[in-house]
Design a protein around this ligand. Sequence first.
Ligand SMILES: Cc1cc2nc3c(=O)[nH]c(=O)nc-3n(C[C@H](O)[C@H](O)[C@H](O)COP(=O)(O)OP(=O)(O)OC[C@H]3O[C@@H](n4cnc5c(N)ncnc54)[C@H](O)[C@@H]3O)c2cc1C
Length: 443
Amino acid sequence: MKLSGWGRYPALDCRLESLRKWEDASGMLRRGDTLIARGNGRSYGDAALNPDLTLSMLAMNRMQAFNAETGLLTCEAGVLLVDILETFVPRGWFPPVVPGTRFVTVGGMIAADVHGKNHHRDGTFGAHVEALTLATADGEIRECSRAQRADLFRATLGGMGLTGVILSASFRLWPIETAFVMEETLATGDLDETMSLFEASRDWPYSVAWIDCLARGAKLGRALVMRGKFMDRDALPARFAPVPLRPAPAGKLAVPIDTPSVLLNRFSVGLFNELYYRRGRTRAGPRPVHFDPFFFPLDRIEAWNRLYGRKGFVQYQCVLPRDESATGIAALLERIAAARQGSFLAVLKLFGPAGDGLMSFPMEGYTLALDFPLRKGTLALLDTLDEVTHRHGGRVYLAKDARCAPERVREGYPQYGAFETARAAAAGAPPRFASELSRRLAL
Ligand SMILES: Cc1cc2nc3c(=O)[nH]c(=O)nc-3n(C[C@H](O)[C@H](O)[C@H](O)COP(=O)(O)OP(=O)(O)OC[C@H]3O[C@@H](n4cnc5c(N)ncnc54)[C@H](O)[C@@H]3O)c2cc1C
């Protein structure tokens, strides 16, 4: 069937099989086939696509063990984050790291080593994974952790499915007293102010900024910086107190059809940015909000990826080292504003130190992410953004990528050599686990 990532570009004809247990995989493989595991397809580009064989993990969705003393959860890799939240928030537990959508699997979170709004304090999701089981090319199932097969474990965190199929994982949930976050929104006038506010917000567990990517000149980098922390029970206003651990509210808006791309033009984007910025300035806070809109604002609009029209879109996400971030992010924003191609959703975030995943994306510094509807000139613009990122010692996020050049990725990930060695031992030669992304990037 035709499969794509969340950006709907590229879309490829793939043989898709659903895995219930690893033993069934050998029957699915034809001689010489390669395969890639697929979670819920929320990576944007071609990471979870393989025309030979794409293995859906969604049926491997059992929770296997939970220790209510320590918060340690063991579950199969196809369990969705939304199911973890629905099961454990009412019991007073929350995952240590969550990305910007609830519709990802545990396997996908490990393979991309996802980050959340608390990376500056708590690192990536992988930092909290204590152990995992991995099916490798010889058909064996291997236990991996920081103490056992540490090289393979580190290659699998952020390894984009290329070391094998993650079957299950153990990680610790964190206790929460309420499902509410105290949120504060602060408007800044330019990039200097935005970055200073991130630095001043280091004690806040969660922080993120929405950047007005059309602002130029003195307003370049103006933003709304949102920061938050989970609320204790005794701080909760009376109206929320009866159900302090309320799960996510039901009900969503949907985008029923592909939006004609003509609606998404520089005027609509410009208007949205101006109105959003003005509205945010009046929201200030601090105010209590449910964790769901705080962490997953886009999940409220089902299939929002259709807003970009039938041709789809690409997301550009890069990170720059800390001492290069001020000049590098300014240079990126200048190019984006001049090209007037960016979309509504531009996000800036401060990362803390890198973790131990060999191919994990985060490094200490600032990350910028934004969507670009696919049009004439979009890919050329992204090539110029790559040059800026490269010049400032940064790299792009593979979970978002659909178009980067191989050499840029090699240069950006200095531990690629160690990753290749660990992968060869697990995936065989030539590697059995491969995706469209690994072919395109010659990984
Ligand atoms: C709205 C939105 C917001 C997002 N926000 C963030 C964010 O804040 N931070 C962030 O880091 N990311 C973010 N992402 C990206 C997303 O978290 C990652 O791409 C994640 O990997 C998607 O999980 P998935 O289960 O859908 O995996 P898929 O997209 O299906 O696969 C992603 C990768 O994981 C591999 N994989 C999946 N399951 C397995 C398995 N069982 N074994 C081995 N490999 C496997 C695939 O081969 C592929 O390489 C966001 C995505 C969206 C759509």
